[in-house]
Design a protein around this ligand. Sequence first.
Ligand code: COA
Length: 381
Amino acid sequence: QPVQMTQSKVAPKGGLEGVAVANSAIGKIDGTVGELRYCGYLITDLADHSDFTETVYLLWHGVLPTKGQYDQLKAELCAKREIPALVVDLLRRIADKQAPMDALRTAASLLSIEDGGGDDADREANLLRAVRLTAQFPTIVAAYDRLRDGQEPIAPRDDLGHAANFLYMLTGEEPNGEIAKMLDVCLVLHAEHGFNASTFAGRVTAATLSDMYSAVCSAIGTLKGPLHGGANTAVMQTLQSIGSADGVEAYLDEALARKEKVMGFGHRVYKVVDPRAIILRKFSQRTAEITGDARWFEMSTKLEGLMKERKGIDMNVDFYSASTYYSMGIKPDLFTPIFAISRVSGWIAHILEQLANNRLIRPRSNWVGQDSLDYVFIDQR
Ligand code: COA
């Protein structure tokens, strides 16, 4: 049963900090020791041994799949990669008018048009929707990126993994195996993170017994903000505006003097460094070695060190994902859509969990407005 919220006043800082709004068995974060587990499994073990498809199964079913279950989900995800012609038409029409994250939100909504489950909202029908949404997000993002560059979308291939196929659909070239593997691990790392803002938004929508597409669209809109998933794009913009490692210290001093938030640092839950960020730091270094251009990695390590020294604040998952994706040849405004390509799996897990034991999510606020005003007619104001 959901934990009862107290009638006491909200914490002075607000933001539901420290408030438990439901029971959940999907993602567990211990922010004091920097530990993240999906359904009991350490994120570091999943990064080392699992892949995105297996992680999706784990999140949706709560257990690791058998070989047969893994193969079946993989085949289902591959079979559903193609997006409806209507969605391609829509992307073509909006190609130079929306940022990729907005285009993903718009297109995700339209995916409901070919919904195989109709109005049926039971778990089986929702799992069919889950496969289609998860399979088609990469196709939408890649198609949109090409269309806005005046190029035709590239059809998905069913012989490539989730990450490799995405990179292939972006460029038309089969990606380097090591890069594709690193991107796949990035998808594992971003798939789930407890009651983060976008997941919460999705659960709130699902809890009204609205449909899965609406819940996912709520979540996409929430992920977009720079305090949440939009931070990875913002990190890259910061690095590009600084330009070189020599400029990092002056940038940081000025940003802190202006009391600006430095993108890619800080976290509501982690009090020590986020375990995902440590893996991503290695990927940033490795992709720099592969490209032979260490500029972004060097700037990032300098900024990380100075931020810790000046403010005692650690990097978060978005910090090194920026330089990693950029070194993979991906444009900065695709970074947050890539986050969504992964996190849609976690949103769906939470939507399913919410629906399995649903109660409307409807908190209260402390009233701080005026009471008992007499109505004043417009000509007397
Ligand atoms: N840069 C500079 N100062 C930061 C900071 C950052 N990125 N993150 C937190 N702080 C400081 C705040 O200024 C505040 O200091 P104060 O107490 O002296 O006012 C203190 O740390 C607490 O920050 P607060 O904003 O209250 O924490 P929060 O839990 O509400 O915010 C984030 C968490 C993630 C929204 C916040 O750290 C942030 O905005 N980070 C940058 C955006 C980002 O990377 N988001 C992705 C998160 S995965």
